[in-house]
Design a protein around this ligand. Structure first.
Ligand code: ZN
Length: 283
């Protein structure tokens, strides 16, 4: 037995960065920097021979102009053996979306990415932009930070998004690791715990828990714990954040990858794309 590691990248691309920037501060440099960082990640993955998952904003897969469209790089990521998932069509704030807008985003992103790869049904994963909605009404979990509310804004309910994904033949969706009912929200353990949480399936969609964002000391300890307990760890990163001096910095990433390589060499760890992991272990 060995532990398993899944690394899922939120590849926001130009549209994602435009829709994420707060306060408004549009610049081309970070967009090109993100593209370069993806290249660095691919080199590192090749070096230690691991496959990862890249959730890409669908619009980037369209033919067009750089840096807004970058289908060649998306094909390259796929050709190197990594999984391409959808990170929505244009990095929408899902809790604001109405019924039809959700369908449009999920449908168009899947279509654009699959057209780019030239492979039908190859994009079966979804990573919600901004990690929203954080509300999941069936679990009595409500996040006021979502700012849009059910039933007017159907995109504010994780349960509703999962139903839509199911209808559009997606297979998995990344979710927060711990949806707490409102009455437990302000009590008890911190969000920085090191639990692994049971993977759930809702409406036929496998919910992939997002354990931690970043590669810093905390991520390294989390990985040690996964190895110790033979657990599956899901780490999230943003290529753009490799250039920032936070938990996802390039220095932390390189150090984390050294540890990953060491564990693989010792037979203690296996690294998978989400879909490969599901096919092999999720039944
Ligand atoms: Zn994003």
């Amino acid at each position: 037995m060995s532990a398993k590691l899944l690394i899922v990248w939120d590849y926001d691309t130009a549209l994602g960065q435009i829709n994420s920037t707060f306060p408004y501060n549009f610049k081309y440099d970070p967009i090109y920097q993100e593209i370069e960082n993806v290249e660095k990640i691919l080199i590192k993955a090749k070096e230690i021979n691991i496959k990862m998952t890249f959730a890409c904003v669908g619009f980037a897969a369209e033919k067009g102009v750089m840096p807004f469209n970058n289908p060649d790089q998306i094909r390259k990521i796929h050709n190197e053996g990594h999984e391409i998932a959808s990170h929505s069509w244009k990095h929408e704030w899902f809790p604001y979306l109405m019924d039809k807008q959700i369908t449009k985003s999920l449908e168009r992103s899947k279509y654009a990415l699959e057209e780019c790869l030239g492979l039908k049904n190859s994009v079966t994963g979804f990573v919600p932009p901004h990690s929203r909605p954080m509300s999941w009404y069936k679990k009595f979990s409500v996040s006021f930070g979502d700012r849009g509310f059910y039933p007017l804004h159907k995109g504010s309910d994780m349960g509703y998004v999962l139903k839509q994904l199911s209808a559009l033949e997606y297979k998995w969706c990344r979710v927060l690791k711990n949806y707490k009912p409102v009455w437990k929200k302000f009590s008890g353990s911190s969000s920085e715990d090191m639990n692994f949480y049971k993977w759930e399936t809702h409406d036929g969609i496998i919910c992939v828990p997002q354990h931690y964002t970043g590669f810093d000391d905390f991520a390294q300890k989390y990985l040690e714990k996964a190895v110790e307990k033979n657990e599956t760890l899901v780490i999230v990163g943003h290529p753009a954040a490799l250039s920032r001096d936070k938990s996802e910095s390039e220095i932390h990433f390189n150090k984390f990858m050294e540890i990953v390589k060491d564990k693989i060499d010792k037979g203690m760890l296996e690294v998978y794309t989400v879909t490969d992991y599901i096919k092999k272990y999720f039944k």
